[in-house]
Design a binder for this molecule. Structure first.
Ligand code: SF4
Length: 268
């Protein structure tokens, strides 16, 4: 938030630790360039959000999923901050926080950080929860957009879904350094990034490594090979595969529906 002056001409997502600071900020700068706000943790003054006159999208980034579960429930019951997305960092135990946020009716986004914390079984459990809980009304990202891209055969990538495509979005550290993304803070932005993904795809294909053989390459673009190119994607491909299988079944159902619709009602 302290670095805003340097980015007055850009569209920005502002990080704030409490709502009072945010309200003071909104009093000082125009909101027209503020795309969204990230509140880090559930601040003690969260109820002040209702004093924010201007509409601004709010991402609430959980810091300690388990400890914040009860606060999340209380938040929903209070009716404050209805229009927010809950961001759940992927770390051991994250699944319960994500499930509760989904059940409470919030849109949820997983925040992928260190890949050694990516528990595949917990992710698969969450994918299955998302696919097989019929009364969920809001998306759980990245699962939702990835499945939608498969269904529509779109070339939407994990970099876009996670808001990490450097052609569009940069992350500014608390020290003011412009880096590729929140999870890639050691990778500074250098030169023109508009074709970052094209260059990266070419490099991965030339290397003929795991990505070049991967059936999810079109929608992943090597997202999980940074920061560690040696990271094994066996687990990630199981997660993507579960989504793919669900999309295949959905496509079969849709095709069947249209076939029956075209044939018309059976005559008895
Ligand atoms: S899932 Fe892994 S192997 Fe497949 S494209 Fe993504 S990073 Fe590469």
């Amino acid at each position: 938030m302290n670095l805003l002056n340097a980015y007055r001409e850009k569209d920005v997502i502002v990080r704030a630790g409490n709502v009072a600071d945010l309200i003071a900020l909104v009093g000082r700068i125009s909101l027209k360039n503020m795309e969204a706000v990230e509140l880090i943790g559930i601040p003690a003054d969260i109820e002040l959000l209702s004093q924010l006159d201007e509409h601004v999208e709010v991402d609430l980034v959980l810091q300690d999923g388990e400890r914040e579960l009860t606060r999340l429930e209380a938040l929903r019951e209070s009716g404050v901050a209805e229009d927010i997305q809950i961001v759940v960092p992927v770390a051991p135990g994250f699944g319960e926080a994500a499930k509760l946020a989904c059940r409470l009716g919030y849109p949820v986004k997983l925040n992928i950080g260190a890949l050694d914390l990516l528990d595949v079984e917990e992710n698969l459990d969450l994918v299955n929860f998302y696919l097989h809980t019929p009364d969920l009304e809001e998306p759980l990202e990245f699962f939702h957009s990835f499945a939608q891209a498969l269904f529509n055969e779109e070339a939407l990538t994990m970099w876009d879904i996670m808001d990490e495509n450097p052609a569009e979005v940069r992350y500014i550290t608390d020290q003011g350094n412009e880096v590729l993304s929140r999870r890639l803070t050691h990778m500074p932005v250098t030169g023109d990034m508009s074709d970052f993904l094209d260059r990266r795809k070419l490099q991965l294909l030339r290397e003929r490594g795991e990505c070049s053989q991967c059936r999810f390459f079109v929608n992943c673009n090597g997202y999980f090979k940074l920061p560690n190119p040696e990271f094994s994607c066996d687990g990630v491909k199981r997660i993507f595969g579960t989504l793919k299988e669900a999309v295949k079944k959905l496509q079969e159902d849709v095709d069947k529906f249209y076939d029956e619709f075209e044939e018309g009602p059976e005559k008895g």
